[in-house]
Design a protein around this ligand. Sequence first.
Ligand SMILES: Cc1ncc(COP(=O)(O)O)c(C=O)c1O
Length: 387
Amino acid sequence: MELAHRATILTPSLTLAIDSKAKAMKAEGIDVCSFGAGEPDCDTPEHIKAAAMASLDGGFTKYTPSSGIPELRQAIADKFKADNGIDYKPSQIIVSNGAKHSCYNAVLAVCEPGDEVIIPAPYWLSYPEMVRLAGGEPVIVQTTEENDWKMTPEDFESAMTPRTKMVIINSPGNPTGSVYSKKELEALVEIAATEDIFILSDEIYEKLTYDGAKHVSVASLSKTAYDLTITVNGFSKAYAMTGWRLGYLAAPEPIAKAIDAIQSHSTSNPCSFAQQGGLAALKGDQTAVEEMRQEFDLRRQYMIQRLGTIERVSVVEPKGAFYVLANISKFGLNSTDFAEQLLAKHHVAVVPGVAFGDDRTIRLSYATGLDIIKKGLDRLEEFCKSL
Ligand SMILES: Cc1ncc(COP(=O)(O)O)c(C=O)c1O
């Protein structure tokens, strides 16, 4: 039996592998402290759940237009205008089954076999695999702690070739928590514009910024930026709706049209009643978003303060999302060995940085209670002392 080449080149998700090991240990009754979570630990706000339930009760259970219901696309256009200062028409917005799906649709619509896509590392682990699935080639640009894990215009320019079709910018970033400033983004757009390189701007962590860091949407920067950018966002992180599978993108009209066609022949519409929940999320009270952000900020501060006291561990202070990327290279172990030993001996689950293209690091999520964070960091400290 021979599988398609595209199906054989993918790397299985390391995050899921560690997660299932941790879960198996928990099932055996072992007290595991998990820093693996990629999702908020709170429930979806009640008014969002109520809207979805009411729509189910009302029989909103059929196919919808493939790119989403008109009211939701309008609400997303309004959100882009109000929050990000970008003018998109509803026809430029495609609602999909999560921001992951939106990213994949964007890559499929733009990349041809052989095209190169520039991805700054450490990166969200699905980007390179999406590019490979589309037949493209990921070109990884290593960023540095000195530059807060952000790609410089020089890094970008030196990775460009005549085959470069797209660059992916993820701010606030997973796994780094880095937030690009307006000036930094403007400099990257300037480089992209020299060769009309598309920009996939993944803004899923937009609502989670700290310490006065401000999220800036790439497409808001200029007409040039707008014309080159596909903006991805969604409901998973801001509204604790990971299981609902609801995300969206906005793009110049011809790209949106192409993505509409791709989606109509692959997945059709996102879940009908989840869309009603999404509508309530955007139109309803935003208090829960800010409360969650403040809670994350407390945990973030605690975590960076504690990690800063552990010898041979170094961190760049994250300004967004809910992750801390810690450099553990001084212990002489690669990230997988470090993570496996930490889990086996001290029952702490972290994600090895090799999953994100950086084997010197581990990722700790603070989307978990402060009590678990305290206990887990005590154990991590003990493990580090033992090495
Ligand atoms: C950077 C980034 N983009 C996109 C996603 C996917 O979000 P969704 O649940 O909306 O598919 C994630 C989820 O972890 C993420 O970290």
